[in-house]
Write a protein that binds this ligand. Structure first.
Ligand SMILES: Cc1cc2nc3c(=O)[nH]c(=O)nc-3n(C[C@H](O)[C@H](O)[C@H](O)COP(=O)(O)O)c2cc1C
Length: 393
């Protein structure tokens, strides 16, 4: 009997050009947020926040909504975090009865409460266990099986071994956040390790970590030769970033063809001719940002959520948005003091519409020194996972 054909990655929106993905983010990348992002320019791929896997776990209903009610037009991969082989296989099987593009394994979460259970980033200390998990999930997932990993736990001693395991177990797509677990979220990103992954693994690699703009994404693709980019916090700040990436890649006339893997060799899209059409890159104004905030507010509103709690939730997104509104951080400062919807939008109107602000450009990069709070480098606040309560940019 012939072996089953290898699963094929869903095509990107621009065949032959680099892929884009929204990074999975706990408490962020839910159905509402994915829809808002899709409105401003969807990435090629979405990933859910992680489904926790343990003896009594069932896929969380609110995360399932981002799969079952997906209207973005783009595929969603379901991410798992856990270490028990049987329960990982059981959960993968349960998720495969939903409309998922594939199953993704989290090998990166740096929250102490998570890694102390030897899941997420904690597993990077134990390549043998990673091998067992990859074997189990590969056997349980006939379709696409993907992995998102950091480059190590304390250091990168196991990195090459982990890459070998990715090959041994025929992982279909590897996203690499170029930091160790101990480096959390704000250190330099080691793009050289992403390049090393691209050179060693047979599947496409998505480069992740501090891709602040389309220009940075293009530069990192050149540096790493990755098949695409995965962007998290800077998509919260700038929901046009995936559209801008596509425009940037097209403007560069980029004929981007990562070396095909044996499994991919037959399915490489035809190369795009290296014509360099004059495509300009969308530059949002502060009025566009006002529109985004309004849309996000409506999308995240639920009957159960009291107004004050909703305003507080909005502040967590606006912490990122505010990094590009004004170089002094005045919008951030005032926004943090809003206590009602009316106050919040009055502050938005003052900073984003009044006195000629509406036509001002929203900075494509965060302004230096304008930091979202709280500081994610304070380990004890990162207790229970990765959430907007604790992780900033
Ligand atoms: C609020 C928040 C929640 C996150 N939750 C997850 C998660 O559920 N799964 C995961 O693999 N990574 C998670 N991450 C890590 C991101 O996917 C990404 O790897 C990291 O933020 C670096 O990319 P960036 O610089 O583009 O944000 C989270 C990050 C943030 C900021």
């Amino acid at each position: 009997m012939l072996p089953a054909p290898a699963p094929v990655l869903p095509p990107g929106q621009q065949p032959g050009r680099p892929l884009t993905a929204l990074a999975p983010m706990q408490d962020v990348t839910d159905l509402a947020f994915m829809r808002v992002i899709a409105h401003y320019g969807a990435p090629d791929y979405f990933f859910t926040e992680f489904f926790r896997v343990h003896a009594t776990s069932q896929p969380e209903k609110h995360i399932l909504r981002s799969i079952d009610e997906n209207t973005t037009g783009r595929p969603v991969f379901a991410q798992l975090i856990g270490e028990d082989l049987g329960h990982l296989a059981r959960t993968a099987a349960a998720l495969l009865s939903h409309n998922v593009a594939g199953i993704d394994l989290n090998l990166g979460c740096p929250a102490p409460k998570v890694y102390k259970k030897n899941v997420g980033g904690g597993l990077l200390r134990d390549p043998e266990r990673v091998g067992e998990i990859l074997a189990t999930l590969r056997a349980a997932v006939p379709g696409l099986f993907t992995v998102k990993m950091r480059i190590g736990f304390d250091d990168t001693a196991h990195f090459d071994r982990l890459l070998e395991l990715v090959n041994t177990h025929h992982v279909d797509l590897l996203s690499v956040h170029g930091r160790t677990v101990k480096e959390m979220y704000r250190s330099e990103v080691h793009y050289d390790f992403i390049a090393r992954a691209v050179a060693h693994v047979r599947c496409p690699v998505l480069a992740n970590g501090n891709l602040t703009s389309a220009a940075r994404a293009a530069a990192v693709l050149t540096e790493t030769r990755a098949a695409g980019v995965m962007i998290g916090r800077h998509a919260i700040r700038n929901p046009w970033i995936f559209r801008q990436c596509r425009e940037q890649f097209a403007a560069a006339g980029r004929e981007h063809r990562p070396p095909p893997s044996p499994r991919e060799a037959d399915i490489q899209p035809a190369p795009t001719p290296p014509s360099a059409p004059l495509i300009s890159i969308f530059r949002p104004t502060l009025a566009d940002v006002r529109d985004y905030i309004q849309r996000l507010y409506r999308a995240t509103q639920t009957p159960e959520l009291p107004e004050r709690a909703h305003v507080n939730k909005m502040k967590k997104y606006l912490n990122f948005v505010g990094q590009s509104v004004d170089p002094a951080g005045a919008f951030l400062h005032e926004m943090r003091r809003a206590e009602s919807e009316a106050e919040l939008f009055a502050i938005c109107d003052r900073h984003l519409l009044a006195n000629g602000a509406a036509e001002r450009e929203f900075s494509p990069e965060p302004y230096p020194g304008v930091i979202a709070r709280p500081n994610c480098e304070t380990p004890n606040v990162l207790a229970d996972g990765c959430s907007l309560e604790t992780v900033t940019a």
